[in-house]
Design a protein around this ligand. Structure first.
Ligand code: GLC
Ligand code: MG
Length: 257
């Protein structure tokens, strides 16, 4: 983005990758072309906001038609990368420093002690700013997640629990997460969009879907997001269509496409 282009940015689209953009490769190819055009006109900035690692995101550009982006927010909002992207690059230091101030990985992991059936995720998803577990082998996953939430709440306000898809549990710094990373980045890049639009399918997208200006929940979303339909927040659009077609449907609703 050049400086002049930054002045005209009308929209920031902060989109999750897995099961939001991915899932229907033809629909993603179509959406990707439309987003590329809006980016080329300087009207839209695309932030990818994902639970993936940087490497998995870069591979996605090559192999999965993931559209090129103006920023990549990985590891559920604990790392931020700005272009030019390359394998092995370092995340934005300012964001990392801010999060490290309130996070001890050892304490984060301790919230899961004696939780029956909790399994640590692969090393690449466990970083100095993110402790991630599988809870689907617990006798009652939802109950176990609740217990962890209670422990974390009792320990003060430095940590947050992100519970997704009845399976994934992350302990993050309270200041992290997808929505906080998007807000930080808009400020950092001195963007002044008229609207910040989130798109997502699961629990780790909730903060940005409810906390930014507008949210698109794709048709294939997990129950933890669909349940909001009972008492829908005003800024949320529940798409009929799944995956990238659902994102496009929401963007049409907003007049972006
Ligand atoms: C992604 C991440 C995983 C995390 C999950 C939910 O799948 O790779 O570590 O637990 O998102 O946030
Ligand atoms: Mg997803």
């Amino acid at each position: 983005m050049t400086h002049t282009k930054q002045q005209q940015i009308q929209w920031v689209l902060a989109s999750d990758i897995d099961n939001t953009l991915t899932g229907d490769s033809q629909a993603l190819l179509r959406l990707g072309r439309q987003l590329a055009e809006l980016r080329a006109q300087g009207r839209l900035a695309l932030f990818l906001t994902t639970g993936r690692t940087l490497q998995e995101t870069l591979t996605g550009f090559e192999r999965e038609n993931i559209p090129q982006a103006d920023a990549i927010i990985t590891q559920v909002g604990t790392e931020i990368y700005l272009p030019p992207f390359s394998a092995g690059m370092q995340p934005l230091q300012e964001w990392a420093d801010r999060l490290h101030r309130q996070y001890s990985r050892q304490q984060a992991v301790s919230f899961l002690s004696n939780i029956d059936g909790a399994v640590l995720q692969a090393d690449r998803y466990n970083t100095s700013l993110k402790a991630s577990f599988y809870l689907d082998k617990a006798p009652n996953p939802a109950r176990a997640a609740e217990l962890v939430q209670q422990r974390v709440a009792a320990a003060g306000d430095s940590y947050q629990v992100v519970w997704s898809s009845g399976k994934h549990l992350d302990i993050l710094p309270a200041a992290a997460g997808k929505a906080n990373a998007v807000r930080f980045l808009i400020h950092h890049l001195q963007l002044a969009p008229q609207q910040v639009i989130a798109a997502g399918d699961s629990g780790n997208d909730r903060s940005m879907l409810v906390g930014l200006d507008y949210g698109i929940v794709v048709g294939n979303a997990q129950p933890e997001l669909k349940e909001m339909q009972a008492d829908p927040p005003a800024q949320l659009y529940f798409a009929q269509q799944p995956f990238a077609a659902g994102v496009a449907e929401g963007l049409r609703q907003l007049g972006v496409l």
